[in-house]
Design a protein around this ligand. Structure first.
Ligand code: SAM
Length: 349
């Protein structure tokens, strides 16, 4: 069995692709030696490109208002129990100032799809960050917009955009989203962003209700087609005020296997060990790096709003100041032989 897994790992690394049978084998294998080989091979692949350097991004969760109603998400519009908030431009800039002092050279502005932040307001914020922090990358993660809007943000100074595709399978997409949302549109957004010139990140949750090896295979094929610069994956974690409150969460083990597989089929990708991974296991982020990740995204949002950006239950680090998060992660990476660098952390082709 172990030899079969090793051969499969070597084969997917060589062709930078995976077949449905190979995926099935790697997601169901129980042989610990074989799984160790998968992890080691993925880690060696990341080491060969990025060395012991781990890139960091300061995450600023600037609004939890959302016009969408994704069934899994704690800030969906139908959640009447969510305490809604918005940061002001000045508060966002203050987060960036603190972040830059702490060594961040990328800021990720993430939020629900909040109509208050129309294009003029987004551009105003992006231009102010661009003017004050010319050496920093600005990443937006604010959902589906028109191509014209994406172009305006880009012209204002945004460099990168994160938009998880969530699932590349039409039926699975329907299970996770209301009828008003469409996978075709979401994919089109990603292609538009890429064409405009953004560094683009797609991604999905691992273990979302209804997900199968077949739907995951489609996710991997979509990654191969899009050739994104970043891929964000983390476990689905149920949130008590959503229709998926009673659903099982995704597992650490499956997330780690998929991180390794993604590293091997798309070697240069920027691959975060996410907060969700750190939420389902105390050493989840460390294990994510050891499985092939090369990015961590600590929170820079003001502590006063952190608990309110509750996408899922028991999210970690909601009480810690930005500096504490930064130093904590530095220690965590150091203990496994890696170092967080002061760098924009661009994709290395
Ligand atoms: N509104 C933007 C968008 O749609 O891309 C960005 C914010 S959205 C809350 C960020 C990501 O959170 C989603 O892409 C989704 O994958 C993740 N997320 C939402 N609910 C989650 C849950 N219950 N468990 C794990 N991840 C979740």
């Amino acid at each position: 069995m172990m030899q079969q897994i090793r051969d499969t790992v070597d084969s997917i690394a060589k062709k930078q692709d995976i077949s449905p049978d190979e995926l099935h084998l790697l997601l169901t294998a129980e042989d610990s030696g074989g799984l160790e080989y998968l992890r080691e091979k993925a880690r060696a692949c990341a080491d060969a490109i990025y060395g012991d350097r781990i890139f960091t991004r300061g995450l600023i969760e600037f609004t939890n208002y959302c016009r969408n109603d994704c069934l899994y998400c704690g800030i969906r519009k139908s959640n009447g129990n969510a305490q809604r908030y918005r940061l002001t431009s000045e508060e966002i800039l203050e987060c960036c100032r603190e972040g830059r002092e702490l060594g961040f050279r990328t800021f990720v502005l993430q939020g629900g799809e909040d109509p208050y932040f129309n294009d003029d307001r987004v551009c105003e914020i992006v231009s102010r960050i661009r003017a004050e922090f010319p050496d920093c990358a600005i990443t937006l993660s604010i959902g589906e917009k028109t191509r014209e809007s994406y172009q305006r943000y880009f012209d204002a100074g945004a460099d990168r955009y994160l938009l998880r595709h969530e699932t590349a399978d039409e039926n699975q997409y329907r299970k996770l989203h209301p009828r008003t949302m469409s996978l075709t549109r979401r994919k089109q957004c990603l292609y538009d962003l890429k064409e405009i010139g953004y560094q683009v990140g797609c991604g999905f949750m691992v273990g979302s209700p209804g997900q199968t090896t077949e739907t995951l295979y489609e996710d991997l094929q979509f990654i191969r087609q899009l050739q994104p610069h970043m891929v964000g994956i983390g476990p689905f974690i149920s949130q008590h005020d959503t229709p998926f409150a009673q659903e099982e969460s995704g597992t650490l083990d499956q997330t780690l296997r998929l991180l390794s597989i993604i590293r091997l089929i798309h070697p240069h990708v920027l691959l975060p060990a996410t907060t969700a991974l750190g939420t389902i296991h105390p050493l989840g982020r460390e294990m994510g790096i050891q499985a092939g990740g090369n990015v961590v995204m600590p929170n820079l949002s003001p502590v006063s709003v952190r608990k309110k950006y509750e996408l899922y239950d028991n999210k970690i680090c909601t009480g810690d100041e930005a500096a504490e998060c930064r130093h904590c992660l530095e220690g965590r990476m150091h203990r496994i032989g890696y170092r967080i660098v002061v760098d924009r952390g661009d994709y290395q082709p």
